[in-house]
Design a protein around this ligand. Structure first.
Ligand code: MIC
Ligand code: SF4
Length: 646
C-alpha cells in the first residue's frame, strides 16, 4: 500500500512502536529549535542531564519573544542563552534577527527532516515539507541529547486544495477556512496533509502561513509535499542543495479527506476571542478600527509585507488608527529597505517595530481600553494583547492594510480604487547570516553566564501513595495556556519559577497562588478541575511547571490538549479525564478530594481511577489515558527524575 507524506517522513525516523493511529511511537529528531521564553528552562534542563554537547544534527536557539529588556531579566536570559549555546554546540540567533519560525524556514528548514521546537508554532516548518512539531522545553532538551521524541501515531487528514485564490484572498483565508471546518477542538492526535492542484499556486511562505496556524486546530502538525515550489524557495535562499522531492504515493490512504476550492474563498477573519470564531470580512465592513498590527510568525514574510507596502503606497493611516509593522526577519527588513518599502511604510505613518514577536505575545503595543484591534497573527484569546477589554480580529495583511488606511474594516472585494498588488516571491532572497553565531570550537573555554534571573529548574517529588487534597480551582471550557500562565508583561519571569508562580491563573482567579501555596505548605495537594480543551495554545511548560511548584498534583478535565498534556506528565502532574459531563458537575471549587491508592493503581496499569469527593460523599470515576512510559514518569515525579533513575 502506498504511503502519504506524513507516513514517509515518520517511517524514515521511526525508532519505536508501530505507525498505527492512536498508538504511541517514538521518532528520531534531526533538528531542534528553542526560543528565549521557553529556551532558558529547556537549556537548564539540558544542563541538568549532564551531557557535554548536543547530539542532534542541528540545534538553534532563537531570541525573539523577550526583547523588550525592561529591567535586567531579559538581558540576563539572553546572555545565558548565548553562552550556553556556544558551549554545547547550538547555533545562536541574536535578538533582532527575527522570529524563530520565519528564520528557521529561511535558513535551516529542509524537506523530509524532523524538527522539534519549544514553541507551538513550530509546525510552520511543514510549509517546506518537514514534520515539525511543537513540544515542551524538556522534550526538546531530550531530543538535543539525541533521545527520541514520543508522540501518538497520527490520524492523517488530507486537505485537497483546488482552484486558485482570487485577488485579495490569501493563504490566511485558507487556514481560517480550515479552522472554520475543524475548529480548535477535537483534533488531538491528527496531522493535516495538504495536496491537490491548488498547491502549485502557493509559495513556501504562503504554505507556512497555513501550517503555522494549523496549531490553532490542535493538530500535532501540518505538512505540504516538497515539490518544484519548495525547490524554487530553497534555491532563492541559496540552499537548493537540501531539496528533495517528497510527495504522497498515488494510492496513499488517509483517515479523512476534505476539499477546499480556493477560487470560491473570500476574505475571512477570526472574531474575538477564538481563532475558530471565523466570519467573513464582508460581515465586519464598517467596523471602526483603533489599531492595526501587521507581523508575527504567521504573516511577516517578504511577500506579505511588500503587499502591505504596495497597498499603503501614497496613502496614510487614518488618524484614529495606530499602525505597527513588525518584519519577520532581518532578511525581510533588509529587502524591504533595499526596495524602498520601508520608506513607503514610514510615509504611511506605520510604526516600524522590531523583528520579533512583540505585539503578538502582548508584551508591547497593547491597545487602548475597549479597542478594536486588527492583527495578522494567529491567536486572539481574551487579554492576550495585554488589554482585557480589547476585541482582537485576526485577518490577512491586505485586509489589515486597507483597514489602516480607512479607519474601519473594508471588504476588499468591494474596493475599486486600489488594484490588488500580486507580489511574487523573489527569485533570490538577500542572504546575510551575520546575526547567527556559530558555537565555540573550544567549548571548554566558554563559561556559561548565569545572572540573578537564572534559577534552577524545580523538580517534583515522586507521586505519593494517595492524593489528598482540595479542588483549589474549577474553570470552564477552553482554558488556554495564556489563562494558566500569562505571558505579556509577566514574560520576564520565565527563568524564575518562584517569581512566575505568583501569576498562575491570574486572568481567572488572582487568589489561586496563595490558596495553593498555603495548602502545599500544610502538606496537602491541589487538584484543578477544568472543562474541554484545557491547555490549548502555547507549548510553554511553565503552565505545568509553575502549578507543580504550587503543589498541584492532578488536573481533571473534560479534555486536555496534546502539548499541555505531555507537559503535565513531564512535570509529574497527573492528567485525568472525566467520563461524562455530569461528573464535571459533581465537583465544586473547595471540595475535599481523595485519590486513594493512586500510586499502586497507576503502577498496575489501571485505566480508570476513582476520585472520592469527601465533601459531597460521592465517588467520581475518571480515565487515566496514559502509556506505560508516561505512568513511569508520573510515578517518578517527572521526566528529570525519571531520566536520572534510568
Ligand atoms: C505563543 O504564541 O503563545 C508563544 C508565546 O509563542 C508560545 C510559547 C511561549 O509561551 O513561550 C507558543 O506558542 O508555544
Ligand atoms: Fe511569537 Fe506570536 Fe509566533 Fe508565538 S505566535 S512565536 S508569540 S510571533
Amino acid at each position: 500500500m502506498g504511503l502519504n507524506v506524513v507516513q514517509k517522513i515518520l517511517s524514515e525516523h521511526l525508532i519505536g512502536g508501530e505507525l498505527v493511529p492512536g498508538r504511541e511511537i517514538s521518532i528520531r529528531i534531526d533538528q531542534t529549535l528553542t526560543q528565549d521564553a521557553t529556551g532558558t528552562m529547556a537549556y537548564l534542563q539540558f544542563e541538568a542531564m549532564g551531557l557535554d554537547r548536543v547530539r542532534n544534527e542541528l540545534a538553534v536557539s532563537y531570541v525573539d519573544h523577550n526583547t523588550i529588556q525592561v529591567g535586567y531579566e531579559n538581558a540576563d536570559d539572553h546572555r545565558y542563552l548565548q553562552t550556553v549555546a556556544s558551549k554545547y554546540g547550538i547555533v545562536y540567533s541574536r535578538p533582532g534577527n527575527g522570529i524563530c519560525h520565519q528564520l528557521h524556514l529561511e535558513r535551516f528548514g529542509a524537506p523530509g527532516k524532523t524538527l522539534l521546537g519549544s514553541d507551538s508554532h513550530t509546525p510552520t516548518g511543514g510549509g517546506i515539507g518537514m514534520i515539525a512539531i511543537g513540544a515542551g522545553g524538556i522534550d526538546v532538551a531530550v531530543a538535543m541529547g539525541g533521545g527520541p521524541f514520543y508522540l501518538t501515531a497520527p490520524k492523517v487528514v488530507k486537505i485537497t486544495l483546488k482552484g486558485k485564490l482570487r485577488a485579495w484572498v490569501t493563504a490566511k483565508d485558507i487556514i481560517l477556512k480550515v479552522l472554520q471546518e475543524f475548529t480548535t477542538r477535537g483534533n488531538v492526535g491528527c496531522m493535516f496533509e495538504y495536496a491537490g492542484p491548488g498547491l502549485k499556486h502557493l509559495s513556501v511562505p504562503e504554505r507556512a502561513t497555513i501550517t503555522n496556524m494549523g496549531a490553532e486546530c490542535g493538530v500535532t502538525t501540518s505538512v505540504f509535499p516538497s515539490d518544484d515550489v519548495t525547490r524554487a524557495f530553497l534555491e532563492a535562499q541559496g540552499r537548493g542543495g537540501v531539496w528533495r522531492e517528497l510527495v504522497a504515493d498515488p494510492d496513499a490512504t488517509y483517515e479523512k479527506e476534505i476539499t477546499i476550492n480556493l477560487s470560491k474563498l473570500e476574505p475571512l477573519a477570526s472574531a474575538p476571542h477564538s481563532p475558530d470564531n471565523v466570519v467573513t470580512v464582508a460581515s465586519l465592513a464598517g467596523l471602526k478600527v483603533d489599531q492595526v498590527m501587521i507581523g508575527s510568525c504567521t504573516n511577516s514574510s517578504y511577500t506579505d509585507l511588500k503587499t502591505v507596502a504596495k497597498i499603503l503606497e501614497g496613502r496614510t493611516a487614518a488618524p484614529g488608527v495606530s499602525l505597527g509593522v513588525a518584519p519577520g526577519s532581518n532578511q525581510v527588513l533588509k529587502m524591504l529597505a533595499d526596495g524602498g518599502s520601508v520608506g513607503t511604510l514610514l510615509s504611511a505613518g506605520a510604526r516600524l517595530l522590531e523583528n520579533a514577536c512583540g505585539f503578538c505575545i502582548g508584551n508591547s503595543q497593547s491597545p487602548q481600553t475597549d479597542a478594536v484591534s486588527l492583527r495578522t497573527n494567529n491567536r486572539n484569546f481574551e487579554g492576550r494583547s495585554g488589554t482585557k477589554s480589547a476585541k482582537v480580529y485576526l485577518v490577512s495583511p491586505p485586509v489589515a492594510a486597507l483597514a489602516a488606511i480607512s479607519g474601519q474594516v473594508v471588504d476588499p472585494l468591494t474596493v475599486t480604487d486600489i488594484k490588488y498588488p500580486r507580489v511574487k516571491m523573489p527569485k533570490a532572497f538577500t542572504i546575510d547570516d551575520a546575526m547567527f553565531l556559530a558555537p565555540s570550537v573550544d567549548p571548554a573555554s566558554v563559561t556559561v553566564v548565569r545572572g540573578p534571573n537564572i534559577g534552577e529548574p524545580p523538580r517534583n517529588t515522586p507521586l505519593p501513595e494517595a492524593i489528598r487534597g482540595v479542588a483549589t480551582l474549577k474553570v470552564g471550557d477552553k482554558i488556554t495556556t495564556d489563562h494558566i500562565m500569562p505571558a505579556g508583561a509577566r514574560l520576564k519571569y520565565r527563568s524564575n519559577v518562584p517569581a512566575y508562580s505568583q501569576y498562575v491563573f491570574e486572568p481567572c482567579d488572582t487568589g489561586f497562588p496563595k490558596r495553593a501555596a498555603e495548602l502545599r505548605d500544610a502538606g496537602k495537594q491541589s487538584i484543578v478541575v477544568a472543562g474541554e480543551s484545557y491547555g490549548q495554545g502555547s507549548s510553554r511548560e511553565h503552565a505545568a511547571l509553575c502549578p507543580m511548584f504550587l503543589g498541584v498534583k492532578a488536573i481533571v478535565a473534560k479534555s486536555i490538549e496534546r502539548i499541555h498534556a505531555a507537559n503535565l506528565v513531564n512535570f509529574g502532574i497527573l492528567p485525568l479525564l472525566f467520563e461524562t459531563a455530569a461528573d464535571y458537575e459533581a465537583i465544586s471549587q473547595g471540595d475535599e478530594l481523595v485519590l486513594e491508592g493512586v500510586r499502586e493503581a497507576l503502577k498496575a496499569g489501571a485505566e480508570r481511577l476513582i476520585i472520592r469527593n469527601v465533601t459531597r460523599g460521592v465517588d467520581i470515576p475518571v480515565k487515566a489515558d496514559l502509556s506505560q512510559r508516561q505512568r513511569a514518569i508520573i510515578l517518578a515525579g517527572g521526566l528529570l527524575n525519571f531520566t536520572k533513575n534510568c
